[in-house]
Design a protein around this ligand. Structure first.
Ligand SMILES: Nc1nc2c(c(=O)[nH]1)N[C@H]1C(S)=C(S)[C@@H](COP(=O)(O)O)O[C@H]1N2
Ligand SMILES: [Mo]
Length: 542
């Protein structure tokens, strides 16, 4: 006869393990059911997306920069995985609580529903209805845990003296006084929960994907007309052809992406509308995608830069955009810039995902090629870059100019309204700083001694690059050879032939813009309006 107290221990361990599993299954049920409900509301309302979004909204700028730097565009994947792991741990713990206190444990599950619901409603674009997926998921999961925990409740064993094992959860000598639980009932309930969850989850995923498919079809159908004002061909000399140097035009698939969206918005171009309204708008407008296509289109090369780009960082890219002049549309709506007596000095763009981006009206209307872009590198905008329509203002960092998935333009003042990033300590106004970057040699490269081409890009949008200089080991500055300028709104390649001797060397670069400003060596971080300092690269010449 086995030791009864040993039997009890084993039984308890089995029950605790299964209780943890019950918590996990309840969590799984919640997520799967919520996915299904979110298909009826909107994909962004599903709990992990909502909680992830809420975390992003509350992430301090330094931490956001850290995440972008270390995980790049994977930062969102890392965030979502983190949330899932935390959720799984808590779910298991709650399952164990439910083993001892069935009602308390089950009720705790509801807390998660509430967290998801509050996160969803609290997003900048949150609606009350966004609470539904988390609420329904939470209530259902509460029921699942209550049911499973009930099957795990200890009960005295029937007393046949056979001692025969009763399947996978049989406890040694369970026929004795150790007691048992409803093994069969548990297996049946758990299997049913998994099957129902999987069904709901798969159906939810499918339905959410079908909305995306319709948006994709609307994009497929678009034929961008020939622009009335085409970009002039990129001058042959704009491309220096040095190995390892960023191409003048960044292919869309390689173009950096920075936004707060965990789910890329999939907007149907057919139902898209843009409203222009607010202070001093004499004739509020609502335009459709077709309206924009029928207007005079301009095509321009514009280099976009993110304020979160570190010195030497990758968040800068140059593309050929097609769109309509924003200033023309504003004038049609009766808007006057403040310099001509208009009452509004800030133009706030809103996106379908609740982003708000504020630009100075004077800058938008000063004659530069500020546009509502429909096309990028000869195609309708990719979804990641703002399909169907985004804004661009040459010379301003993306967070104060480049609203993707735009749906609303409101004229207001800088005093009256702070957009998303300004609420989070970034500057209200942020022209792009003059910058230069060494693309080749790469840090810690080991080129052979002799002539080593040093090359990179420099940008000072809407001012233009006048000069780039390179120095080695803190010595004298050497003027680099500049590529032919495409426009003052685009970056410029540069190169310098370095007579390299063997050993470890530090290369530094600085640019001077056409206003005569030379980059400062003073290092400041990206917050609140862009990093400064010279990019440097250490190499070991062999
Ligand atoms: N809707 C929306 N638009 C947005 C953002 C965002 O988070 N949401 N990020 C802005 C920032 S910070 C930058 S730098 C640019 C980046 O544009 P890209 O992703 O096409 O390179 O988009 C801007 N537009
Ligand atoms: Mo940005």
């Amino acid at each position: 006869m086995a030791d009864v107290s040993e039997d009890r221990k084993v039984l308890t361990a089995v029950r605790v393990g299964l209780a943890g599993l019950s918590g996990l299954l309840a969590g799984l049920a919640a997520l799967c059911v919520a996915e299904l409900v979110s298909a009826a509301v909107r994909p962004e309302s599903s709990p992990v997306t909502a909680v992830g979004g809420a975390v992003i909204d509350r992430t301090p700028p330094e931490l956001k920069d850290f995440a972008v730097r270390h995980f790049g565009t994977n930062d969102k994947l890392v965030l979502q995985l983190g949330i899932l792991v935390l959720l799984a741990l808590f779910a298991m713990a709650i399952g164990v609580v439910a083993l001892r206190w069935r009602r308390v444990g089950s009720a705790l599950v509801l807390v998660f529903g509430v967290v998801g619901a509050v996160a969803a409603v609290g997003r900048p674009d949150g609606h009350t209805l966004d609470a539904l997926p988390s609420a329904v998921g939470g209530v259902l999961a509460c029921g699942v845990l209550y049911l499973l925990a009930g099957r795990l409740a200890a009960r005295p064993a029937p007393a046949p003296a056979s001692g025969v094992s009763e399947g996978p959860f049989a406890v040694a000598g369970a026929g004795g006084t150790a007691g048992t639980f409803d093994r069969r009932g548990f297996v049946i309930a758990a299997t049913a929960a998994v099957a129902a969850s999987a069904g709901a989850g798969v159906a939810g995923r499918r339905l959410n994907a079908s909305g995306a498919a319709e948006a994709a079809a609307s994009r497929q159908d678009i034929v961008l007309p020939r622009p009335a004002s085409p970009a002039r061909p990129v001058p042959a000399g704009a491309e220096l052809g040095v190995k390892g140097l960023s191409p003048f035009t960044t292919p869309s698939k390689d173009f950096y992406r920075v936004d707060t969206a965990l789910v890329v918005p999939r907007v149907d171009a057919g139902s898209w509308r843009l409203r222009i309204h607010g202070k001093g708008v004499r004739k509020p407008l609502t335009v459709t995608y077709q309206d924009l296509l029928r207007r005079e289109l301009i095509e321009r090369d514009i280099t976009l830069t993110c304020v979160s780009n570190q010195v030497g960082g990758p968040y800068v890219g140059n593309a050929r955009w097609i769109g309509v002049r924003l200033a023309d549309l504003l004038r049609e709506a009766g808007v006057k810039p403040p310099s001509q007596g208009g009452p509004a000095d800030q133009l706030v763009a809103r996106s379908v995902d609740g982003m708000t981006i504020g630009s100075p009206v004077d800058t938008v209307m000063d004659g530069r090629d500020a546009m509502l872009a429909l096309g990028m590198n000869g195609e309708p905008l990719p979804f990641e870059h703002g399909f169907p329509v985004r804004m661009l203002v040459p010379g301003l960092y993306g967070y104060v100019s480049a609203c993707k998935w735009i749906e609303d333009l409101e004229l207001t003042t800088f005093d009256d309204y702070d957009p998303y990033w300004v609420k989070r300590t970034w500057s209200k106004r942020a022209p792009i700083k003059t910058e230069s970057r060494i693309d080749t040699p790469r840090p810690f490269a080991s080129p052979k001694s002799g002539k080593v081409p040093v090359a990179g890009v420099a940008w000072a949008q809407h001012r233009g690059i006048a000069k780039v200089e390179v120095r080695v080991d803190g010595g004298g500055w050497h003027e680099a050879r500049l590529a032919v300028e495409d426009s003052k709104d685009t970056w410029r390649q540069w190169t310098w032939e370095w007579p390299a001797s063997s050993g470890s060397h530090t290369l530094e670069v600085r640019a001077t813009d056409r206003d005569g400003y030379t980059q400062t060596d003073k290092r400041v971080g990206t917050v609140p309006n862009g990093a400064t300092g010279w990019h440097s690269v250490v190499v070991a010449v062999t």
